[in-house]
Design a protein around this ligand. Structure first.
Ligand code: NAD
Length: 529
């Protein structure tokens, strides 16, 4: 059992690198598959390794979306050097001027939105409406955060001595390493990149191996917007090599990471070794609580959207649904009926409700948890549970939307992050019990309650120890002007989005100006009143 658990913990991509012997273009003369490059110091360049990896469509693995550099530590060194060279000029560029370039970036993203969404569906799998939402989030983030170019507020405060002035200003942290996951391949890179840039930092960004194209598209748009060479550098490749090389690079003052809690721990300890700033956004096991006075149909809609949107591959996915016993049967029946109506398929087809999962390892991990739910945990498999392999599904990574009922809070399917279209319905006797179950996991990202009673809504809002909370809405659907992040194993105390993200990408400098013309000793000299 311990072995099974260990095997399920990490979903590592395994794609075969191809050596292309120096010239990338020469390697694929007849294939029609495009080969992409890293972006370092304002130039598009191959990896030092001469190797590439393939980006494959999870809805149809015969479709190779593109070939990307399988980069090395040396490529990271080159990118960091370029970021270092660009840093002083960029940090001295007035923030409102930096923001003007970012507004131009926003305009480019708006213009390209549908093409960017189509690329993203092809490499990541989620349906076009959702990839459009992903790009829109990057647009929203760009506009909102670029507005900070004319704020980046500090503060003044009285000094304790006469003829002395005190204030606080923000300064950039320096060179930032950004490491991102595949489930929001443009939104999450933008949440890091845009605030880093508006604050005056230069960056090296490494996207997830499964979805390099969307980050490539974002960086390409940065180039078109006129962001100067070296300010944004893109290096693609595997986490264990280039990701790890970033976390240990002495010149990267900050690593901003989003991904699994397991990888986050490695990132954090590498940063701790060299006293680097480290901001982590990690896993979740989010809960919807449905009270007996809830609008059950609305709660079912929220549960379906939260559990099966993005095929359950959201850090905020509704993977647990705690339901008051008085409406438990009614809710479970309706949830299963609704799950049965979902059309699984290629995300590029507008009729599709739920696309594939990301790769074969995800299939194995999710099926492993479905087995655990049925056999080890002993829950009731009320709907789904199978991999779809026939007809239109033959070449993709498709799993049925899956509902377990009669789940107890201690079961592994109620405790561990599955990151697939699987949800666990858990009965409860009261709001207090629902809150206890809701808080009874190692993560603390998002929670929600369905109730018509304002007192209960406020009680749950107060008692749930999560970074995000919803009333009469699902656990997903964050907006960029509010802080985003979680407690416990989800994060390490930082928040992205909102103005709070500025505290990640800038450091405070306290400034005292003594214009008394004499030595004044704070805490020591008496001030005559
Ligand atoms: P992952 O941890 O496998 O990979 C994330 C990134 O880290 C990738 O770019 C990967 O290449 C890199 N990486 C892997 N090993 C590394 C290492 N040793 N050193 C440095 N970098 C390394 O996660 P994933 O499978 O891409 O994403 C899914 C996970 O992300 C889920 O757990 C999900 O909950 C979490 N997530 C969290 C949030 C959030 O905001 N809290 C948002 C989205 C996803």
């Amino acid at each position: 059992m311990a072995q099974a658990k260990k095997a399920l913990v990490k979903s590592k991509k395994q794609r075969t690198p191809r050596t292309v012997g120096g010239s990338v273009k020469k390697s694929t003369p007849h294939s029609g598959v495009r080969t992409y490059q890293n972006y370092i110091g304002g130039k598009w360049v191959d990896s030092n390794s001469g190797e590439i990896f393939e980006n494959i469509n999870p809805a149809d693995t015969r479709d190779v979306v593109g070939r990307f550099p399988l980069s090395t530590r040396q490529d990271i060194n080159d990118a960091v050097n370029a970021a270092q060279e660009a840093f002083n000029r960029w940090r001295r560029t007035p923030a409102p001027r930096r923001a003007e370039i970012l507004f131009r970036l926003g305009e480019i993203l708006i213009r390209q939105k549908s093409a960017l969404a189509a690329d993203m569906t092809r490499e990541m799998g989620k349906v076009l409406k959702e990839t459009g939402g992903d790009v829109q989030e990057a647009i929203d983030c760009t506009y909102y955060t670029a507005g900070e170019g004319r704020r980046l507020h500090g503060f003044t405060t009285p000094a304790e001595m006469p003829d002395k002035f005190a204030m606080c200003v923000r300064q950039p942290v320096g060179l930032c390493g950004l490491i991102t996951p595949w489930n929001f391949p443009m939104a999450i890179p933008s949440w890091k990149l845009i605030p880093a840039l508006v604050c005056g930092n230069t960056v090296v960004i490494k996207p997830a191996e499964d979805t390099p194209l969307s980050t490539y598209n974002l960086v390409k748009a940065c180039e078109e917007a006129g962001i100067p060479p070296g300010v944004v550098n893109l290096v693609t490749g595997y986490g264990e090599t280039v990701g790890a090389a970033m976390t240990t690079h002495p010149a990267l003052r900050l690593i901003s990471f989003t991904g699994s809690t397991e990888t986050g721990r490695l990132v954090a300890s590498a940063c701790a070794d060299r006293n680097a700033i480290c901001s982590l956004e990690m896993g979740g096991k989010n809960v919807i609580m449905v009270m007996e006075d809830a609008d059950v149909d609305l709660a079912v809609e929220g549960a379906v959207w939260g559990a099966f949107g993005t095929s359950g591959q959201r850090c905020t996915a509704s993977s647990r649904i705690v339901v008051h016993k008085k409406v438990y049967k009614q809710f479970s029946k309706k949830l299963v009926e609704r799950a049965q109506t979902l059309r699984v398929g290629n995300g590029a087809d507008p009729r599709t409700d739920m696309g594939p999962v990301i790769n074969s390892e995800a299939i194995e991990k999710i099926r492993g948890y479905i087995d655990i739910g049925r056999h080890e945990d002993g829950a009731t498999l009320a709907h789904g549970g199978r991999r779809l392999t026939k007809g239109e599904y033959a070449n993709g990574f498709f799993i049925e939307p899956t509902v377990f009922t009669d789940v107890t809070p201690d079961m592994r399917i109620a405790q561990e992050e599955i990151f697939g279209p699987v949800t666990a319905v858990i009965p409860a006797n009261s709001l207090d019990e629902a809150i206890e179950i809701g808080n009874g996991v190692r993560y603390g990202l998002s929670a929600s309650i369905y109730t018509q009673d304002v007192n209960r809504a406020f009680e749950a809002m107060n008692e749930m120890y999560t970074g995000i909370f919803y009333v009469n809405a699902s656990t997903i659907g964050a907006e960029v002007h509010l802080p985003f992040g979680g407690t416990k194993a989800t994060g390490n105390g930082h928040r992205e989005a909102g103005t709070q993200v500025l505290d990640v990408f800038s450091e405070w400098k306290s400034i005292y100006v003594d214009y008394s013309g004499k030595l004044q000793r704070a805490q020591i000299d008496d001030v005559k009143i």
